[in-house]
Design a protein around this ligand. Structure first.
Ligand code: FAD
Ligand code: MLT
Ligand code: ZN
Length: 479
């Protein structure tokens, strides 16, 4: 049901319309629809209109008006959140603020290994801007063609190169942020060292739009890799994969850039559903690792180091067989296989996702324990546990039973399955949300699993920075 807006709301909304003009307001239902539901179609919201400011000053003015009239604001980037973080409530009184028009690269500084991008820059374009000066911006996600750097920062996204370069937080030098009342923090520093008081930057990273609106970021760049070796490696299971990771890090001088684990079922799903994807190895194997090793120098020995390390691992039973990408096309094919797993899983019907992390060394024990636990709750569910094991992060996903007959019964088990998985996570002192955030999907989980003192401190910070509670209400913090 649409809420009836009080007069001050109506006035403020009208002033925002006048401020942004036609180009900055999206009204038509056929155009607003894509802003009002999330990528997984778990939530459907409503909004008076979608506000699309084109400058930081416009964002600031919109927030000042919203703050005065107590209008809630839901910042939105590429809208690829997995937990409904960017979807407004269904009441229709929360203003969606899309950052997509703030899409300029303000500065690229090759000598300082940094660039400044506005929040609405699509991640692919940030990567391209770095490449244009022979630098690397290493954040890489399956959604990189549509997610925006402001969304990546606000979710502290992880992705496929975190094992080498860290998560988004590790790639930031400074931020420009509009506070709830419209004041702007100009923290767009490109400094590597700056110990001048509290680090406010880190508060906004991963805050999912609940503490301020990020309008621009100063980001770290790296040398472009000159030598890249990509291998698809069959392994007996998770323990072997973890042993292999340590072996490869040592043997290559810590040059492992990507280390992604795929169980057989994930490969079968992609081969079955994603056009052009084929099994890189002839015979089926229990599990695989997509491993990329790279260095910023021309290194003719890197391949040899990798081959020797794999051969030694084979002698110890940690590797069954492996294939190397011999061309860019083959490398892209291997990456396509990995990045298509979420899409392939969608073709297999309903899925229940758990984005969890535990210490890397605990992954084998966790996988065994959690698999046993879910099999007791839902014996026919198909486990697709894959992901960024180099970071201790598993997408412990379950697909509905083959054939789809029991979909309703399967989905009814969601809560019980979550309890089973998260109890194991807790046992290993892991996280119930490794990289996808909390949004509206995991608020109750946060209440159950976060240290209560930490939660209280989070509430105090929220109160200090957003005393009127207008920034993305209903997200992250439990009621
Ligand atoms: P949105 O979905 O628009 O927003 C996310 C949150 O940030 C919301 O709470 C929103 O309110 C807030 N927000 C957005 N912009 C701003 C801003 N400028 N200021 C303040 N708050 C803001 N995630 C990973 O971590 N690793 C992966 O490997 C990964 N793979 C994915 C693969 C696919 C195919 C898909 C669909 C998603 C994947 N994700 C992954 C999840 C998602 O892409 C990331 O969370 C991404 O960082 C979200 O960016 P976005 O621009 O789409 O943000
Ligand atoms: C991925 O790594 O592919 C995504 O973060 C996980 C998912 O889509 O479930
Ligand atoms: Zn992921």
């Amino acid at each position: 049901m649409q809420a009836v807006a009080p007069a001050s709301h109506v006035d403020a909304l009208q002033r925002i319309r006048t401020l942004l003009g036609q180009a900055g307001c999206i009204d038509a239902p056929e155009l607003t629809a894509r802003f009002l539901t999330d990528f997984r179609s778990l939530y459907r919201g409503a909004t008076p209109f979608v506000a699309c400011p084109a400058t930081t000053a416009e964002v600031a003015q919109v927030l000042a008006l919203c703050s005065a009239a107590r209008i809630a604001v839901v910042p939105q980037g590429g809208n690829t959140s997995y937990c409904g973080g960017a979807t407004p409530s269904a009441r229709g009184d929360q203003l969606v603020l899309s950052l997509h028009r703030l899409n300029r690269i303000r500065e690229v500084d090759a000598a300082n290994f940094s660039l400044i991008a506005e929040a609405g820059c699509v991640l692919l374009n940030v990567q391209a801007a770095a490449r244009s000066v022979d630098r690397l911006f290493p954040l890489s996600l399956g959604s990189e063609g549509s997610c925006q750097i402001g969304g990546n920062l606000s979710t502290n996204a992880g992705g496929l190169a975190a094992v080498r370069y860290g998560v988004t937080r590790d790639l930031v030098l400074g931020l420009e942020v509009v506070l709830a009342d419209g004041r702007v923090i100009d923290g767009l520093s490109s400094l590597r060292k700056d110990n001048t008081g509290y680090d406010l930057r880190d508060l906004f990273i991963g805050a999912e739009g609940t503490l301020g609106i990020i309008t621009a970021a100063s980001l770290k760049l790296f040398p472009q890799p000159r030598t890249i070796e990509t291998a698809f490696i069959a392994v007996p299971g998770m323990q072997a994969a973890i042993d292999l990771l340590a072996r490869l890090r040592e043997a290559t001088g810590d040059c492992v850039t990507t280390f992604e684990y795929l169980p057989r079922i994930a490969v079968e799903f992609t081969v079955c559903h994603i056009p052009g994807v084929s099994d890189p190895l002839g015979a089926p194997h229990p599990a695989y690792v997509l491993c990329e090793v790279s260095t910023a120098r021309h290194d003719p020995h890197l391949r040899g180091l990798l081959e020797d390390a794999l051969a030694a691992a084979m002698d110890h039973g940690a590797v069954i067989e492996a294939t190397f990408a011999e061309s860019l096309a083959q490398r892209e094919a291997l990456w396509r296989l990995r990045e298509s797993v979420p899409e392939a899983q969608r073709h297999e019907g309903a899925s229940i996702k758990h984005d969890v992390s535990v210490p890397v060394a605990a992954l084998p024990a966790f996988l065994h324990k959690a698999s046993t636990a879910v099999a007791q709750v839902a014996p026919c569910a198909r486990l697709v546990a894959y992901g960024h094991v180099g970071d201790g992060n598993l997408h412990f996903n379950l697909s509905e039973p083959a054939g789809g007959g029991d979909r309703t019964a399967f989905l009814a088990l969601q809560e019980d399955l979550g309890h089973a998985v998260h109890a194991c996570v807790q046992e290993f002192r892991g996280s119930i949300s490794a990289e996808h955030g909390i949004g509206q999907l995991k608020r109750e989980l946060l209440a159950r699993h976060k240290d209560p003192v930490a939660l209280a401190a989070m509430r105090s910070i929220k109160q200090a920075l957003d005393p009127r509670g207008i920034l993305n209400p209903g997200k992250v913090l439990p009621d």
